[in-house]
Design a protein around this ligand. Structure first.
Ligand code: GCO
Length: 475
């Protein structure tokens, strides 16, 4: 998920376009990934599990949100989704049959602590324990995300991430996980795309919890960063042999051109601060970028917090889909409005620019500005054209998208970025948040009527790639 003109209405407003940028086909010297490169697929609990009342799970913010009229465009919900809570063994078989090394999934906080705090639900832990065992039995390494946007409703009722206490409860949740799973589950991703949850959930209202208040940006950003720091500490206290990272939706932020280009540059720098650096700077430097000053007034950051935010991570997870194009708009929240990509740019189903050079650009930013940490690409992929139509099984457009972005990964590695793995988003067509089931990102189609899973051409292509580690050239 990324910030885009289409997603928050900029394109619909017919805003002025950006200066044209040539589309790129990055050209790495070698097409060979190293032997130990990690090939995987990624998913998220709410988008796949279904079984929303099974085994004592409590409600999450998305359970209520998805039932509100108009919030999910096809009127659908995730009560069944891909039924992966029950059918996880089939999913794991598909991953193993593709010869993949790793599966990134997320744990539902409200299965472990049904109201977000208080009594632990052992049946929830049992589920993930069985899943971890099933993965390990097939030789697939589990990577568990702790928070993929499904905050327990009980915590939202007390203010959710606007309330500092949520950060402390997040650490309790991490503690419960490490205690039960830490002997076998060694790889953790703390937050998934906190910027998306912050902006879509608290400013534009397109995602749960559906709030629309730009004043919440500061507290939500800080409390998520604080929760992340505390959760990392809790995990490390529980086991000493973990690999811990966090996943961000990094996007190059590009200004609209034309006569307002200089002003628009202010907007794109501002968005870069809020979207990318408000998360990277605290983690790697123990500080907030200047753009956060106004948002963090009033004692949100307490003494000692910045030291907690700065943690050693074993890797940074980078999710990349498309660049963001913006312009200055004095009437918009944060004075930033999305704007369409350059005229003539190649677009994806969301109307976003398909631009692998943007992935190269954010990887270069991480290398240059943040001490060149180990990186995993924890999500990258593209959707079928929108609509209720059946999945495209011969999905050559997806193969082309993956291939071109993997070229950017190879090029960034050659420039010196230690990128150790790539997780395609996603295994199965699933519940795409506010787009319901109209947007399909899977390497495998999922028939909602029968539950049948049908591999697409991209599944076979990715399987061959994982086996050889050699990226095929442009056909
Ligand atoms: C994300 C999301 C996914 C989306 C994907 C496609 O982290 O962005 O994990 O939930 O499905 O991005 O929009």
């Amino acid at each position: 998920m990324v910030l885009s003109g289409g997603a928050i209405g900029g394109a619909a407003l017919g805003l002025s376009g950006c200066d044209a940028r040539p589309d790129t086909e990055l050209d790495p010297k070698s097409r060979q990934f190293p032997q130990d490169f990690v090939w995987g697929v990624a998913s998220a609990a709410f988008q796949t599990e279904g079984a929303q009342t099974a085994d004592g799970r409590g409600p999450s913010v998305w359970d209520g949100f998805e039932t509100l009229p108009g919030k999910v465009i096809d009127g659908s919900d995730a009560r069944v989704a891909t039924d992966s809570y029950r059918r996880y063994a089939e999913d794991i078989d598909l991953i193993a049959a593709a010869g993949l090394d790793a599966y990134r999934f997320s744990i539902s906080w409200s299965r472990i602590l049904p109201s977000g705090a208080g009594a632990i639900n052992p049946a929830g832990l049992d589920h993930y324990s069985r899943m971890v065992d099933a993965l390990l039995a097939k030789g697939v390494t589990p990577y568990a995300t702790l928070f993929h946007w499904d905050l327990p409703q009980g915590l939202q009722d007390k203010g959710g991430w606007t309330n500092r206490d949520t950060a402390l409860r997040f650490a309790d949740y991490a503690d419960a996980l490490i205690d039960r799973l830490g002997d076998r589950l060694k790889r953790y991703i703390i937050l998934n795309e906190a910027a998306v949850h912050t902006v879509f959930g608290h400013v534009t209202g397109e995602h749960a919890p559906g709030l629309k208040n730009a004043d919440l940006l500061g507290p939500v950003i800080h409390h998520m960063n604080l929760g992340q720091g505390l959760a990392i500490q809790a995990l490390r206290a529980g086991a000493s042999d973990l690999s811990i990272g966090t996943t961000m939706a990094l996007q190059p932020c590009r200004p609209a051109g034309g006569s307002w280009a200089l002003w628009n540059r202010l907007a794109s720098d501002g968005l870069d601060g809020l979207w990318n650096r408000a998360w990277l700077d605290p983690l790697f430097k123990g500080a907030y970028p200047k753009v956060m000053d106004d948002f963090l007034k009033g004692g949100v950051v307490r003494d000692g917090d910045l030291a907690t935010l700065r943690q050693k991570v074993d890797f940074l997870g980078v999710n990349y889909y498309a660049p963001a194009y913006v312009r200055l708009d004095l009437n918009a929240p944060g004075k930033i409005s999305p704007t369409p990509p350059p005229q003539g740019a190649e677009l994806d189903a969301f109307g976003r620019h398909i631009d692998p050079s943007g992935l190269y650009e954010v990887l270069e930013m991480v290398r240059r500005d943040y001490g060149n940490p180990p990186v995993l690409i924890t999500e990258n992929g593209c959707s079928d054209p929108f609509g209720q139509r059946p999945a495209v099984i011969d999905d050559q457009f997806r193969i082309a998208y993956l291939r071109r972005h993997l070229q950017a990964v190879l090029a960034a590695r050659e420039a010196g970025s230690p990128i150790g793995g790539y997780f395609a988003w996603t295994l199965l067509d699933n519940f795409e948040w506010a787009l319901g089931y109209t947007s399909k990102f899977g390497l495998v189609a999922h028939d909602r009527a029968t539950g049948v899973r049908t591999p697409k051409a991209s599944y076979g292509w990715f399987k061959a790639l994982a086996a050889s580690g050699a990226l095929p050239p442009k056909p």
